[in-house]
Design a protein around this ligand. Structure first.
Ligand SMILES: NC(=O)C1=CN([C@@H]2O[C@H](COP(=O)(O)OP(=O)(O)OC[C@H]3O[C@@H](n4cnc5c(N)ncnc54)[C@H](O)[C@@H]3O)[C@@H](O)[C@H]2O)C=CC1
Ligand SMILES: O=C(O)C(=O)COP(=O)(O)O
Length: 634
């Protein structure tokens, strides 16, 4: 075999409309196309793919991990099991439920996997046990820290938060470990809003304090004179799901409602006759302030000495969001000074707070032990919502409530399914064309599509290209959750370019091209004039095809592995190589030849079911007309 030779810049493929021709075992020649039918299975099947040593290797997950191929129909159904860690959980995944979950949700989980409910685990116990589980379901009481993900040793694939707030889950760590986090964002909205209103009204009328007084044998009618709500201004801080439900109910009580939320749409507020105002205007003008923003680095301690000092004297504060948005010591000071007349709190920086907490003990403070979501109805709803999300995620579906992965609607997903396989396979092929394999730093992906730019979500495709490029050359496990993170860690920069073509926008993509810059190739013909290793693929009848290598057009379905040969175009080459493979019991699934001109240089792309042994490849290399060749393991 001749070693890789410099690529001729004048090469231009031209054989068929796409410049390629395919071969057929019976060599029946169609104009510009010969199709090889002896071992072709036109429908994608879950192919057993072997490593070069012939054993089923990690590459076998290429198809099965990304897609479940429906063998009976030949249609590909997306199963984004790349959300899973590489360890397999067998038929019954194990699910740890670490806090009380509604029975209906537990039933959904039990129908799918082995469920263990272990409430009140200490952090140490959780870390000890977590590596035996594929999924963890928590509420607000379990801290899912980086140490938990580390202790999971790659087995934990999904954390389900049975509720809204995910501040108890270390999201960056989850993402780094490729663990999907899903929550149940809607089922407890009404419960939380109702609790907010309960706290508002009971605080205004001293219900809790007077109840305690009566139970202590007293009758203190003059002490517990309350304040009326009607006509008072309520500032809703965070006009999201809970905040807007609180606003709606407060309006029903005759209150004037204003809201502050930097991200809320003004027309949604207007439709409810709520004025969206600045933070300062909200806190300076309100008689009551109800907190409904998430705890984030920006909202942490946003209510502090400084902001309390701006409030109207005698303001009343309700918090059913998160304790951490208030500096609790500052609130005690504001209560003592009378700036804040009363507070009603469901949530605390530390839960449970210490028994000596001055805030909890304060006579002007009403407290509940994080009960916002605790209605029967909400708990059943949340349990079902999270159980379905976790089961879906373990089944490899992309979740609509994913917190750390793109949420891709099912219709987009099914349309993109074959392109997702194509993207990963092109990534795998491209990196194997690099001399030495590793060290790839800069990849440009060109998507040709007739669709508008915002009508094509390429995040999935980019993630799968990243996976394809990184996994064959490292021990990293890449999925949709951690693809960008792993790429960054490896110093791999993937830039994307969209080329709009004049064609039917019915299919989302015409082609995907991958270009790797500044790297030598072990197959010189894959290098373009401007020095990139370049390959391109398309989806044909739902099946991914390799359609261009360097400047040579080819056409090989990417269902098995691929051998690329560059040779002098001459009669008998297809038969010669086909014979060698046949003699070595290697099943050819597809062959295609792309050439510059008759009897000049040609590239033969051969799809093979099995990985050829070294002797087979040596025999191919010994064919005098073959100038270079490469075996690419899919
Ligand atoms: N006490 C309890 O049992 C419950 C507490 N919650 C908590 O209530 C909070 C809100 O929940 P949802 O309404 O379901 O969430 P959501 O996401 O629908 O609403 C949160 C809103 O806060 C806004 N926001 C973000 N940063 C803000 C800032 N700096 N200032 C003002 N607004 C800001 C967002 O734009 C969003 O509109 C969450 O923190 C959640 O954990 C929710 C349910 C039960
Ligand atoms: O959904 C939320 O954000 C809540 O705070 C509810 O918490 P819980 O599930 O009751 O521990």
């Amino acid at each position: 075999m001749a070693s890789a030779t410099p690529h001729s810049s004048s090469i231009k493929a031209s054989a068929s409309p796409n410049g390629a021709s395919s071969t057929n075992s019976n060599f029946s020649k169609k104009p510009n196309q010969i199709s090889f039918t002896s071992s072709i299975n036109p429908t994608p099947i879950s192919a057993k793919i072997c490593n070069s040593n012939g054993s089923p290797g990690r590459s076998s997950s290429v198809i099965s991990n990304v897609l479940k191929i429906a063998e009976s129909t030949g249609t590909a159904a997306l199963d984004a099991t790349d959300l899973r860690a590489p360890t397999s959980y067998g038929p019954r995944p194990k699910i740890l439920v670490s806090e009380k979950l509604g029975e209906a949700g537990l039933q959904v989980l039990r129908g799918f996997g082995e469920v263990e409910c272990l409430y009140n685990l200490s952090p140490e116990e959780l870390r000890e046990k977590i590596s035996s589980f594929d999924a963890l379901i928590v509420r607000s009481g379990t801290k899912v820290t980086r140490q938990v993900f580390e202790a999971a040793k790659g087995r934990l694939k999904v954390v389900g938060r049975a509720g809204v707030g995910i501040d108890n889950v270390d999201l960056p760590a989850a993402t780094e470990f490729g663990c999907l986090v899903v929550n149940a964002p809607t089922a407890n909205t009404v419960a939380a809003a109702e609790h907010g209103i309960a706290l508002l009204t009971s605080m205004a009328r001293n219900v809790a304090q007077s109840d305690a007084s009566m139970k202590a044998g007293k009758w203190e009618r003059n002490k517990y004179v309350g304040v009326s709500l009607v006509g008072k201004t309520l500032a809703v801080m965070g006009f999201g799901k809970v905040g807007s439900e609180v606003a709606r109910r407060a309006k029903g009580l005759g209150m004037h409602v204003i809201a502050h939320d930097p991200y809320a749409a003004a027309d949604r507020a207007r439709a409810m006759s709520v004025d969206l105002v600045s933070f300062d205007e909200a806190i300076c003008t309100a008689d009551f302030i109800s907190l409904h923003m998430p705890l984030t680095p920006t909202t942490k301690n946003v209510f502090n000495d400084h902001t309390f000092s701006k409030m109207k004297k005698g303001v009343r504060i309700i918090n059913v969001a998160r304790g951490g948005v208030i500096d609790e010591d500052a609130l005690v000071r504001a209560l003592d000074s009378g700036v804040v007349a009363q507070a009603a709190l469901d949530v605390f920086v530390e839960e449970p707070p210490s028994k000596e907490s001055k805030l909890v003990q304060h006579h002007n403070v009403t407290v509940t032990p994080h009960l916002g979501a605790s209605t029967k109805e909400a708990q059943e709803g949340v349990a079902i919502e999270i159980a379905e999300a976790v089961v879906g995620a373990l089944n490899g579906e992309l979740s609509a409530t994913a917190v750390n992965a793109p949420m891709v609607p099912p219709e987009v997903l099914s349309e993109l399914a074959p392109y997702v396989i194509l993207a990963e396979k092109l990534g795998r092929l491209a990196v194997q064309l690099v001399a030495g394999g590793g060290g790839v730093q800069s990849v440009k992906v060109v998507y040709r599509s007739a669709r508008d730019t915002d009508d094509l979500d390429t995040r999935l495709l980019r993630a799968m290209i990243t996976k394809g490029i990184i996994e064959p050359i490292s021990s990293s496990f890449v999925n949709l959750v951690n693809a960008d993170h792993v790429a960054k860690q490896k110093g791999l920069r993937i830039s994307e370019e969209r080329v709009t073509i004049d064609s039917s926008p019915e299919s989302p993509l015409d082609s995907i091209q991958i270009n790797i810059s500044n790297m030598d190739s072990k197959f010189a013909s894959a290098v373009t004039e401007d020095g990139h290793i370049s390959i391109e693929g398309r989806v044909k009848d739902g099946v991914p095809h390799l359609t261009c290598v360097g400047t040579f057009d080819v056409d090989v379905s990417l269902e098995g592995n691929v051998i690329l040969c560059r040779q002098v175009d001459q009669p008998g080459m297809i038969g010669l190589v086909g014979n060698i493979l046949g003699q070595h019991n290697v099943n050819v699934s597809f062959m295609s030849v792309g050439r510059t001109a008759p009897r000049k240089k040609a590239i033969m792309a051969i799809g093979v079911d099995e990985a050829p042994r070294k002797e087979t490849l040596d025999d191919i290399g010994n064919v005098p007309a073959i100038e270079e060749f490469v075996f690419l393991d899919l």
